[in-house]
Design a protein around this ligand. Structure first.
Ligand code: GDP
Ligand code: MG
Length: 334
């Protein structure tokens, strides 16, 4: 049984039978958020399959181009094409229609091969759990923090937001507004103060107020790598001094609509600080949803959450099965 057939069984059943509402809703969010990608990517693949009645060299070349256009990443695509050609030869496949399941299978195999990357967020044994958010301006750090804060609150945890982006005008007040809207705790100072000192005081507040989860916003000025590295070192020192084993996660936020640029940011941040995962935002805003696969290959960090829209519900834990199913279902003509 192919991988996609298994997914089909799993998810189609879900649409019919009484399954957990949460799971069903989550699949709907994936479905909706990946519409742009699916429309472009799946329709191109479907069109390719229909135009060829035989798998030949031109077919392979067109397929390769479609995958590269979807931001899957050149190395991943090359690796994939090698495996696909081999399977076509071994299994003597000539009909493009019969290749559909194999294509989805092989993409999945590439993603899950090698090191298994856990998507769960680490939690502290002794509270508070501290998550540090890094990433360049505009990628969606602050709104992602707000979305996660809402989820943490719904899980009955006491949340604190710390405004460690003291650089950008309005960043502190933006986070403060979110804290008021969500009715969670907030700690911030005025613009221009040393972020490490704000974070230090914020963590003291967390320790004194029985906070479960601390979410720390930062400014990511990647244009000055040395300064940013020093700043993040200082921040990490302050955090680990007050709270053992913290930060429990350092999450890099990248914007899916920036494609290869986002991948470059991930590589740079990985060089200067100890990242534990990626949050990929704005997948709903791109037709190139294949970027998730490129991150695995090129950055080798787990994508822990994906942003599929503007609301808290649209921030979803990354699930490779829901992702592949939603991305390919039109191609597979479900
Ligand atoms: P920051 O500079 O990294 O803190 O970025 P912000 O959190 O201020 O977000 C910049 C813009 O991106 C805001 O308008 C957000 O609403 C938007 N945004 C963030 N995540 C998503 C997402 O997953 N989907 C969409 N469509 N917009 C998003
Ligand atoms: Mg911000």
């Amino acid at each position: 049984m192919s991988f996609f057939s298994k997914l089909k069984d799993k998810f189609i059943k879900k649409e019919d039978e009484k399954v957990e509402l949460e799971e069903k809703e989550s699949l709907q969010v994936y479905d909706k958020g990946l519409t742009k990608s699916r429309n472009t990517f799946s329709s191109r693949l479907l069109d390719l399959t229909k135009r060829y009645n035989k798998v030949n060299e031109e077919y392979f070349e067109e397929l390769e181009e479609i995958l590269i256009m979807a931001d899957i990443g050149v190395n991943t695509v090359m690796n994939f094409m090698d495996r696909l050609r081999k399977r076509v030869k071994e299994d003597k496949i000539t009909d493009p229609t019969l290749l559909k399941e194999v294509i989805v299978d092989e993409l999945f195999i590439i993603y899950v091969s090698g090191e298994v990357l856990s998507t769960n967020l680490e939690r502290a044994e002794k509270k508070p759990t501290v998550y540090l958010f890094v990433g360049v301006n505009g990628v969606g750090k602050t709104t992602t923090i707000a979305k996660l804060a809402q989820k943490e609150k719904e899980a009955n945890r006491k949340v604190l937001l710390i405004a460690g982006d003291t650089f950008r005008a309005g960043a502190t007040s933006q986070l403060k507004e979110w804290s008021e809207r969500l009715e969670v705790n907030f700690y911030g100072k005025k613009e221009g103060v040393d972020p490490a000192s704000v974070i230090y005081e914020g963590l003291e507040y967390a320790l004194n107020n029985d906070i479960d989860t601390v979410l720390i916003d930062t400014a990511g000025r990647l244009q000055n790598k040395t300064n940013l590295m020093k700043e993040l070192e200082k921040i990490n020192k302050v955090i680990s001094k007050l709270i053992e084993n913290a930060p429990h996660e350092t999450l890099l936020v990248i914007d899916a609509t920036t494609g290869q640029n986002g991948i470059s940011q991930a590589k740079s941040f990985k060089e200067i600080t100890n990242l534990t995962g990626i949050i990929l935002t704005k997948l709903d805003g791109t037709a190139k949803g294949g970027i998730v696969l490129a991150i695995k290959e090129e950055v080798n960090l787990p994508v822990k959450f994906i942003g599929l829209g503007e609301t808290a519900r649209d921030l979803q834990e990354f699930d490779i099965e829901k992702y592949i199913y939603s991305l390919f279902k039109d191609f597979m003509e479900v």
